[in-house]
Design a protein. Structure first.
Lengths: 125, 877
């Protein structure tokens, strides 16, 4: 049990359940937000070791959310993984450009997801 | 359905499909509605994303096609029109059917792939040309453009690399010499893949970092007349600079048909050209070997450049020199490789595998993708490389450095390489001081170059590194048994209806069981003469009664659904029907938020559908007819819901031609529903009400819509079964309004207990108009039937005991107790022995062998434990 805390920002309820299950099972504490605005609010409460951010979301999309996170002094150092169904280089580049640390294509393979989360939070396997 | 993730997906998908469909209708009306297009796009996008978690590729593919189309609409590259809306709605309908199928059987039907293929092809046709392949090469190599049979046979693997374009090979070679890993991706699609909706070319084009793509026939093409164009006979080979996980990601749906392997630089060398001879070559070769042995790379470079400038470009050796130059351009050239190239320049033959530790014969690529060397190692490299690239791109940026620092530190921590963490931390400090990313970049390079990232002892086998219970596919990942600590409570829950129903039943039992307490109090007082005990029981009863009622209220709230649940399907329905009928209709919905019990809402769908169809079919005129009548060509249909006291009232109002009482009379007589005499006597309103009589089909001219053999009587029956009422009002030429009034909840039925022939029965309160005591002398016989007059109306009388085939009680001289009821649209008086109290009960339907017995609505328990039969007067009379 790593006890590392992950904030998942994703509008799809099924996807949220998926992250909750896969990451929770690997020992992470997973909290959820259903859109960018909620994600920013929760992130600002602090205490997260990693954020997993969906790109296409209502209210505030992933790019916007990451941009805003990086503008917050308290959130500049948090690792952020963006997730999108788009496998295009341009989408990944844009995510990196706004401040993401990694880009995963949806649907994420559970193993890849867990390993990425471990690496980015410094958790031991 | 055992997969909880799928159980969550199904309602989500249905909701999103609904959102998409209504958004599309909005778009059709107003193509520039940005909110609508965004809404639809996002809904479809989310379905696609979530569906990828399950074994439902056909569904994902179809939704993907729809999403691409919507993306074009959103970016104004494509104009939305009715045909497009039709196509998208059809696709969403198909997806809806598959969702139903997934719910029933957890897998898609066997024809799903073919259907998805067909429908997404249709959708994609509207997209015009698919996006062009990068570099144009793949397009040139498309199958069918040059199906020369002999050609294909001669260029099959293992000479695969030799077929890739030389410039691309040189490029890949340059990268490989420069330290990048170049992967060879071999992809052999299944021959029947076109029927699965797979587009192999598109799939392989998804692989990032492509340098070259080669497409060839897998088997010789054979004679043209035997060619089956529906069988995929292609083999794809691709060189990519992307890291393995990214390639696997891109090809994730086809991984079992793909092999990925790193390519050695030397394997990329490909030299063509005319052979030539001369002493100058021998001199070069001798000099080059000497420089190489001495490690004088710069001198060697100069020698190569000098010789290259004098060699004809088509010569074999000139090409060898080209490769040599590239090989030498790397900071630390691979000595063996350079030696081999020098030798090639001399001998005219390149031997790719001199003194190579890895046997050349196994020529990479045959290792299945799933047995990757070490995913953790690869992933760590990819993560670190991403940080490196991001830093290179942004340059010095304090914000960026902060998160990169965390990530790199964590990756090293996770891999157990504490030593390097110090170096990285120092590099970060230095970077901040000098405001330059260079120190971090070089520290990162040092980490990446130091062979294997993972310390051996800290690296458990990948399989063991996985959490217990991980299955191959996400779809079968079971839900975690225990919630992680500290998880925030969800704001809303999606609960299986069956669970609510169970809770509801339990509360019902509780309500009924508490009714035993007053009896207990009575017994305490009468049998045990304990007045005090009786009082205490009564006090406790009051408390439990209040709680039970609150619980009942609460659970009823949970069961409340907005009318929107049924209203929402009408925009689509009305649109489709109107198009079919050539009518123009503006549908207006009002009061969709009005809530009622789920049972009511669900049962309301069909009657409402019937009324709306009827209105479209008969009420609303064709545009020409409307214009001729001086009305706007577009008719208006209003669906309105509101709450009135304990009822939910739904009105369907159209401004069509209205109902003609004369035609109804004539039709009713013709169909034998009423006699001519009765028909003439009826008021216009009464004549209109005839449409609810069984046997009266409203279809004066039968159309394909209403020719379904059901009349409006079905509406009446259904609504009355729910304890509601239907009324219709109409003005000829102006329109018709149908009004349905239904109870808000069916959970609790209010009944009156009546006594007849010594037994107790329940009668639902909503059937009872009033209770009267009628003096014997006022009961009159009309044609052998008993009647009495209530406020100037003749009410027929029936004896309940006779209806129930119970022994008749001797008629006393006392007044008759009469229950005046409203049944099947008429008033009747039921003679009973006595009225008793009213009570709220939860009705249990008759089950098992009793289920077939007509005349009873169900049973309930009395406080003293007796079973009370509740009558269904509609069936009884």
């Amino acid at each position: 049990m790593s006890g590392k805390r992950i904030l998942v920002v994703e509008d799809g309820i099924t996807m949220r359940m998926f992250y909750q299950d896969v990451l929770g099972r690997a020992g992470f504490v997973v909290e959820e937000a259903a859109n960018g605005v909620e994600g920013l609010e929760k992130a600002l409460l602090g205490g997260f070791d990693l954020m997993i951010v969906d790109i296409n979301m209502p209210k505030m999309d992933g790019y916007e959310l990451v941009t805003r996170i990086r503008r917050e002094p308290s959130l500049q150092a948090i690792p952020v993984v963006t997730i999108s169904t788009e496998a295009k280089d341009a989408d990944a580049s844009r995510a990196y450009a706004v401040g993401a640390n990694f880009y995963i294509v949806k649907p994420a393979d559970p193993v890849l997801l867990v390993e990425t989360a471990r690496l980015l939070t410094g958790a031991q396997a | 359905m055992t997969n909880p993730l799928l159980a969550r997906f199904i309602p989500e998908a249905r909701e999103l499909l609904q959102v998409s469909a209504s958004g599309l209708l909005k778009l059709e009306r107003n193509p520039t509605d940005e909110t609508a297009i965004n809404e639809v796009f996002r809904a479809v996008h989310t379905i696609k994303g979530s569906s990828g978690l399950f074994d439902a590729l056909a569904l994902t593919r179809l939704v993907h096609a729809a999403e691409d189309l919507l993306g074009e609409v959103r970016s104004d590259a494509l104009q939305i029109d009715s045909a497009l809306v039709d196509m998208l709605l059809d696709s969403l309908d198909q997806v809806g059917q598959w969702i139903d199928e997934l719910e029933r059987r957890a897998v898609l039907p066997t024809d799903a792939d073919a259907v998805a293929h067909r429908m997404s092809t249709l959708l994609r046709q509207r997209l015009g040309t698919p996006d062009d392949a990068p570099g144009g090469e793949p397009a040139d190599a498309l199958p069918g453009t040059d199906p020369a049979p002999g050609d294909a046979a001669a260029t099959l693997p293992p000479a695969l690399l030799a077929r890739l374009p030389a410039p691309a090979c040189l490029d890949a070679f340059r990268r490989a010499c420069g330290g990048e890993t170049v992967h060879l991706v071999l992809y052999a699609p299944e021959p029947g893949c076109f029927f699965n909706g797979t587009d192999p070319l598109q799939a392989i084009q998804q692989v990032p970092g492509a340098l070259a793509l080669d497409i060839a026939a897998d088997q010789p093409w054979g004679p043209l007349e035997d060619l089956d164009p529906y069988q995929c006979n292609l083999h794809f080979a691709l060189l990519s600079t992307a890291p393995r996980p990214e390639i696997e990601q891109a090809m994730r749906y086809e991984l079992d048909r793909v092999t990925i392997a790193p390519v050695r630089a030397r394997d990329l060398v490909r030299i063509e050209g005319a052979a030539s001879d001369g002493p100058i070559w021998d001199d070069f070769r001798a000099a080059a070997s000497a420089f190489l042995d001495a490690g004088h790379h710069d001198d060697l470079r100069k020698a190569v450049a000098a010789l290259r400038s004098v060699a004809g470009p088509t010569l074999w050796r000139r090409q060898a020199l080209d490769w040599l130059e590239v090989a030498l351009s790397a900071g630390e050239p691979d000595r063996d490789l350079v030696a081999a190239l020098v030798a090639a320049a001399g001998t005219g033959r390149f031997d790719p595998a001199p003194a190579d530790p890895c046997p050349a014969g196994e020529a990479p690529a045959q290792q299945p993708a799933s047995q990757a060397a070490d995913p953790r190692e690869d992933l760590a490299r990819t993560v670190l490389t991403s940080q490196q690239r991001a830093l290179e791109r942004t340059g010095y940026d304090a914000e960026r450095l902060a998160s990169v620092g965390t990530v790199v530190g964590n990756v090293l921590l996770s891999l157990g390489r504490d030593a390097e963490r110090g170096a990285i931390r120092a590099a970060l400090d230095e970077a901040r001081e000098t405001r330059s990313v260079a120190p971090v970049l070089s520290a990162l390079s040092a980490v990446l170059d130091g062979a294997p990232l993972q310390r051996v002892e800290a690296a458990p086998a990948p399989a063991e590194a996985l959490p217990q219970g991980f299955a191959e596919d996400a779809a079968s990942v079971p839900v975690a048994g225990k919630e992680p600590e500290g998880r925030l409570a969800a704001k809303s829950l999606k609960v299986d209806q069956a669970k609510i129903d169970l809770l509801m039943n339990l509360i019902g039992e509780l309500v009924v069981s508490k009714n035993a307490l007053p009896f207990l109090a009575k017994r305490a007082e009468e049998t045990y003469a304990s007045r005090e005990m009786s009082r205490e029981i009564k006090e406790q009863y009051a408390v439990i009664d209040r709680l039970a009622q609150e619980m009942q209220g609460a659970i009823m709230q949970v069961r409340m659904l907005p009318v929107a649940e049924i209203f929402d399907r009408f925009p689509r329905l009305v649109r489709d029907l109107a198009r079919k009928l050539g009518k123009r209709i503006d549908l207006v919905l009002e009061g969709e938020d009005t809530a009622a019990d789920k049972t009511i809402i669900e049962a309301l769908g069909d009657p409402l559908l019937h009324i709306v169809r009827n209105s479209l079919d008969h009420g609303i005129e064709a545009p020409e007819e409307r214009r001729a009548a001086g009305k706007p060509a577009t008719a208006r249909l209003l669906l309105k819901a509101r709450q009135e006291a304990d009822s939910v009232v739904i009105e369907v109002q159209d401004n069509g031609r209205g109902i003609d009482p004369a035609r109804i009379r004539a039709a009713a007589v013709a169909k034998g529903v009423v006699g001519q005499e009765e028909a003439d006597r009826l008021s216009d309103q009464e004549a209109i009400n005839l449409i609810y009589r069984p046997g009266f089909s409203t279809a004066l001219e039968v159309s394909d819509l209403s020719g379904r053999g059901v009349g409006m009587d079905v509406v009446l029956t259904t609504v009355e079964k729910l304890g509601g009422q239907v009324s219709v009002s109409s003005r000829l030429g102006e329109g018709t309004t149908t009004r349905l009034a239904l109870p808000l909840s069916m959970a609790v039925t209010r009944i009156m207990i009546v006594e007849t022939a010594g037994s107790l029965y329940g009668v639902p309160m909503d059937m009872i108009v009033e209770t009267v005591r009628v003096p014997r002398e006022r009961i009159r016989m009309i044609k052998k039937a008993e009647t009495f007059v209530l406020r100037e109306t003749i009410i027929p009388l029936l004896r309940l005991s006779r209806l129930l085939h119970l022994p008749e009680q001797p008629r006393g001289e006392a007044d008759a107790a009469v229950l005046v009821c409203h049944v099947n649209g008429r008033r009747v008086g039921l003679i009973i022995d006595n009225f008793r109290e009213g009570m709220d009960v939860i009705l249990k339907p008759l089950e098992g062998v009793l289920a077939g017995i007509g005349g009873y609505a169900g049973t309930t328990l009395l406080g003293d434990g007796r079973v009370l039969l509740v009558l269904d007067l509609r069936e009884l009379l």
